[in-house]
Design a protein around this ligand. Structure first.
Ligand code: NZQ
Ligand code: ZN
Length: 388
C-alpha cells in the first residue's frame, strides 16, 4: 500500500433519538448564532425542520435561514450563504439535508474565511484558509459528505461542476438517523445507492500493489449494498434497510476503507461533466457511466474484475479465466442496476451526442483522469459515446 496519513475529526451520532439528546449541546458549545441551511422543502414536509428549530430555539440559539439549496448546489447559493454569515456574524452552519445541502454548507464555510471568490478553491486557483464550523443532519444516504471534507459545486453560468474541499471542511458533527430517510423518494433512494456503490468502485479499481485488507473491506461494503438495496428501495420505512444503506454510504467515502490506496475517480469526473450541463442526478449519471468505463478499462487488470464477480456477486470462478469473469462481473453490475431501476443510458435523460466533445475535453481539463487506467480526452469521448 502507499504511505498515508489518516485524519477525520467528525463526531458521528448514528441512530434514533440522537438529535433530541445531543444536538443542542453540540451546537451551543460552538456558538449561538447559527445559519440553518436546507434544500427545497423536504425537511418542512417531513417534520424535521420543526423538530430542529424547536430544539435550537429552546436552547437559546438565534437562527438565520437559507433555504432552496438546489440538488447539484449552485455557486450563486453559496454566495448568498457567505453574505448571510458575514452580515450576521454567524458562529456555525447547520446543514440539514442530502449531500447537496451539506456540500453547499462546506463551500459557504470556506468562503466566509476566504479573501476572494470561493470558486477559486474549486478551480484550484486558491487554497482554503479556514472555515466556519459546520454541523450536519443527514437526510439522504448517498454521498458520505457527512463524514468527509469534500464537496461539489456547480457554476451554472459557466456550466462547470467541480469538487473541492480542505482539511477545514470536515463536519464538526453529523447526525445520521435512518428514520430521517424514510421520506426519500424511490428514485432518489436508487440514485443514492448507485452513488455509494460508485464510491466503492472508485476505491476498488486502483493500481496500488498489495492491499488485501482494503480489498476485503471494500468488497464487504459492496456486498452489503447489493444484498440490502432492494429492500430499501421497495420498503422505504424498513428501518434496518435504511440504516444499512446509511452506514454503507458513510463508510464508502469517509476514508476508512481506502487508506493507503489511490482510487480511480475517472467516472466521477465524467459524471460531473454530464450533470454540469444537463443537471441530472449524480447517482443516475454514475449508473450510466460505470459499465461503459468498466468495458473500456477491464484489460488493465482483469483479475480485479474477477474478484468483484466472485466476492461481491458470488460467482463461481471455477474453470473460468479472469477475462471471462471480468465480463461476468460487468454483466452482474448491469443486472444490479436494472434490479433497482437505475437508469442505463444517456438517452434515459434525453441526452444526445451534441455535447460529447465538450464534456470529454472538460473532463480532462486538469490533465488525464483515472488511476486504474489513465484516460485522455479520446477515452472519455468513447466511453460517453458508448453510453448514448
Ligand atoms: O431539496 P430537498 O427538498 O431537501 O429535496 C432533496 C432533493 O430534491 C431530496 N431529499 C433529500 N432528503 C430527503 C429528500 N426528499 C425527501 N425526504 C428526504 N429525507 O432529494 C433530492 C436530492 O438531494 P441531494 O442532496 O441533491 O442528493 P445527494 O445526497 O445524492 O447529493 C448529490 C450531490 O452531492 C454531490 C453530487 O455531485 C451532487 O451534487 N457529491 C458529493 C460528494 C461529497 N461531498 O463527498 C461525493 C459525491 O460523489 C457527489 O459528487
Ligand atoms: Zn459520488
Amino acid at each position: 500500500m502507499d504511505a498515508f496519513r489518516f485524519y477525520n475529526p467528525t463526531t458521528l451520532y448514528y441512530g434514533k433519538g440522537q438529535i433530541e439528546k445531543h444536538l443542542a449541546d453540540e451546537v451551543t458549545k460552538i456558538g449561538k448564532r447559527v445559519l440553518l441551511l436546507y434544500g427545497g422543502g423536504s425537511i418542512k414536509r417531513n417534520g424535521l425542520y420543526d423538530k430542529v428549530v424547536s430544539i435550537l430555539q429552546n436552547a437559546g440559539v438565534r437562527l438565520f435561514e437559507l433555504s432552496g439549496v438546489e440538488p447539484n448546489p449552485r455557486l450563486s447559493t453559496v454566495h448568498k450563504g457567505i453574505d448571510i454569515c458575514r452580515e450576521n456574524n454567524v458562529d456555525l452552519i447547520l446543514a440539514v439535508g442530502g449531500g447537496s445541502v451539506l456540500d453547499c454548507g462546506k463551500a459557504i464555510a470556506m468562503g466566509v474565511k476566504y479573501d476572494g471568490d470561493v470558486w477559486d478553491i474549486y478551480q484550484r486557483k486558491g487554497k482554503a484558509t479556514g472555515a466556519l464550523p459546520l454541523g450536519t443532519i443527514l437526510t439522504l444516504a448517498a454521498t458520505g459528505s457527512e463524514m468527509n471534507s469534500g464537496g461539489v459545486i456547480t457554476n451554472w453560468e459557466t456550466k462547470e461542476k467541480l469538487g473541492g474541499g480542505s482539511p477545514y471542511t470536515f463536519p464538526v458533527f453529523s447526525f445520521c438517523d435512518p428514520e430521517n430517510t424514510y421520506t426519500v423518494p424511490r428514485d432518489q433512494t436508487v440514485y443514492g445507492i448507485c452513488d455509494m456503490l460508485a464510491h466503492c468502485f472508485e476505491h476498488y479499481f486502483h493500481p496500488t500493489r498489495h492491499t488485501p485488507l482494503q480489498q476485503h473491506l471494500i468488497e464487504a461494503v459492496m456486498r452489503t449494498i447489493v444484498e440490502h438495496a432492494k429492500t430499501a428501495v421497495e420498503n422505504p420505512n424498513d428501518y434496518d434497510a435504511r440504516e444499512t444503506m446509511m452506514y454503507c454510504s458513510t463508510m464508502a467515502l469517509n476514508g476508512m476503507i481506502s487508506m493507503g490506496i489511490r482510487g480511480d475517480w475517472a467516472c466521477h469526473a465524467i459524471e460531473h461533466e454530464i450533470s454540469a450541463i444537463y443537471d441530472i442526478p449524480h447517482g443516475g449519471g454514475l449508473a450510466i457511466v460505470f459499465p461503459h468505463w468498466m468495458e473500456h478499462v477491464k484489460s488493465a487488470n482483469p483479475s480485479r474484475f474477477a474478484s468483484l464477480a466472485k466476492h461481491v456477486f458470488g460467482v463461481d470462478g471455477g474453470g473460468k479465466t479472469d477475462a471471462e469473469l471480468a465480463d461476468i462481473a460487468i454483466a452482474q453490475v448491469r443486472a444490479f442496476y436494472q434490479s433497482i431501476g437505475a437508469p442505463q443510458r444517456l438517452a434515459d435523460y434525453e441526452i444526445g451526442d451534441e455535447q460529447l466533445e465538450r464534456m470529454a475535453s472538460q473532463a480532462v481539463r486538469f490533465g488525464e483522469i483515472g488511476n486504474f487506467k489513465k484516460l485522455g480526452k479520446d477515452d472519455v469521448y468513447q466511453i460517453l459515446k458508448s453510453a448514448l
